[in-house]
Design a protein around this ligand. Structure first.
Ligand SMILES: Cc1cc2nc3c(=O)[nH]c(=O)nc-3n(C[C@H](O)[C@H](O)[C@H](O)COP(=O)(O)OP(=O)(O)OC[C@H]3O[C@@H](n4cnc5c(N)ncnc54)[C@H](O)[C@@H]3O)c2cc1C
Length: 385
């Protein structure tokens, strides 16, 4: 039996997230984009509201909800502001989920608890200037000296790094073994000497989010900060791939939110704008365009929910997640471009928000694995050789 509707509990959560997004996030979205800075008051409010701990156990101070609830929150936040969506997503799906899944009990108490109870923010440092899609060419090293590791290397595009407290960073503990078998993940406090965060990288979209390069020069980290303890040595590649598999569900939800937010704006405008003596919404071309776009958004949403529910049930979800991200990110780009067209010249003007949605949409085809990488994951599951 398949049920495509939300149960009462999830519907209630969705309405709560929607209310918060409309009342607290939406009024700040334009300003954050213009100033290229995340609003720290909003960050605090989101922490107090529990938005940074949705799918984590109450035993660690989380909300005790599930991935589907997190997906609903991601859609609602991204519907009004994609920068808010990604700030939540990197913290939750990439940083906290990795600790939750691979950390020792002691690490969960020390590092996960403050991240999910709203005291701290996390980030995830995997990408390097020379290692993007090809994660295996990472060069950052962590050398074991006594009961410490010394990290040296450069990370780039680390979301949240401007204000994050906890850096989950990936480094080679065994260069000869290569990244697939010789990379490990470390829990690092931002105030550790040797860490330098660059100014935020100027960007096309999600400009309200923090995103910077991070350099690690002789960063001494206690050996106990190796994620997973001693058993975690050499598991970094697996941890990173697992985090990205899950993260893609969040990015798919972000894409659905961006698309739904843009179409809502376009509908509102086209019902009011009059040309040739009629509203733009009364032209059949407009109605058919909107119908096509809403159909694609709904398809992307259902694919996203399928991936989320599979993860919640403990079933294989990585291919569903890749399919959902591929589909939803393409839909977000097509729909936001279409919405700019439906507003004409006003769509291109900064005063109306659809141009921001169009700029924000592009990144969903790039981060947490490009569309090409999604196609590698999907085709790899199709027994084509
Ligand atoms: C705003 C933003 C936020 C980000 N946040 C984070 C973060 O928090 N943490 C983090 O670790 N990283 C983050 N990233 C990095 C992001 O995940 C990478 O940019 C992405 O994985 C692509 O890597 P790249 O930019 O090096 O592109 P490249 O890997 O150089 O790819 C360039 C192009 O070549 C294509 N390509 C590459 N290899 C192949 C192939 N084998 N076959 C076909 N096509 C191929 C790609 O699909 C792409 O179109 C972020 C990036 C941005 C821009």
């Amino acid at each position: 039996m398949i049920d495509f509707t939300l149960d009462a509990e999830h519907q209630e959560l969705k309405e709560m997230y929607q209310k918060f997004a409309e009342e607290r996030v939406k009024p700040l979205a334009r300003d954050m984009d213009e100033k290229e800075e995340f609003d720290k008051g909003l960050l605090k409010e989101m922490q107090e509201m529990g938005l940074f701990g949705i799918p984590f156990s109450e035993n660690y101070g989380g909300q005790g909800s599930d991935i589907l609830s997190y997906v609903l929150a991601m859609e609602e936040m991204s519907k009004v502001d994609a920068s808010t969506g990604i700030t939540m997503s990197v913290h939750t799906s990439l940083c906290c989920s990795s600790i939750n899944e691979f950390g020792t009990e002691e690490q969960k108490q020390e590092w996960l608890r403050p991240l999910v109870d709203g005291s701290k923010i996390g980030c995830f440092g995997l990408t390097e200037p020379g290692a993007g899609s090809d994660v295996a060419s990472a060069r950052t090293v962590a050398e074991k000296v006594g009961d410490e590791y010394i990290i040296n290397g450069e990370k780039i595009f680390t979301t949240n790094s401007g204000f994050a407290d906890t850096f989950l960073v990936f480094a080679l503990t065994n260069k000869e073994a290569g990244a697939a078998k010789g990379m490990s993940a470390f829990l690092v406090d931002r105030n550790t000497p040797g860490i330098t965060v660059s100014p935020d990288i100027p960007r096309m979209g999600i400009r309200g989010a923090s995103n910077a390069g991070v350099s690690y020069v002789d960063v001494h980290v206690p050996a106990k900060n190796l994620l997973g303890g001693e058993a975690g040595e050499g598991k970094g590649f697996k941890i990173a791939m697992k985090a990205l598999d899950g993260g893609r569900i969040g990015i798919a939800a972000q894409s659905v939110g961006i698309a739904q937010g843009a179409i809502n704006e376009a509908i509102k405008y086209d019902k009011e704008r009059v040309q040739f003596g009629k509203t733009i919404a009364s032209f059949q071309n407009t109605q058919f365009k909107l119908a096509e776009m809403q159909t694609k958004i709904d398809a992307a949403r259902l694919m996203t929910w399928r991936a989320a529910v599979a993860k919640d049930k403990g079933e294989a979800y990585n291919v569903y997640a890749a399919m959902a991200k591929l589909m939803a990110s393409e839909v977000a780009n097509e729909v936001t471009r279409g919405c700019v067209q439906l507003l004409g010249g006003y769509g291109y003007a900064r005063e109306y928000t659809v141009e921001r949605y169009m700029r924000d949409a592009k990144i969903t085809e790039i981060y947490e694995g490009t569309s090409e990488v999604m196609k590698m994951v999907i085709s790899g599951s199709m027994n084509l050789k």
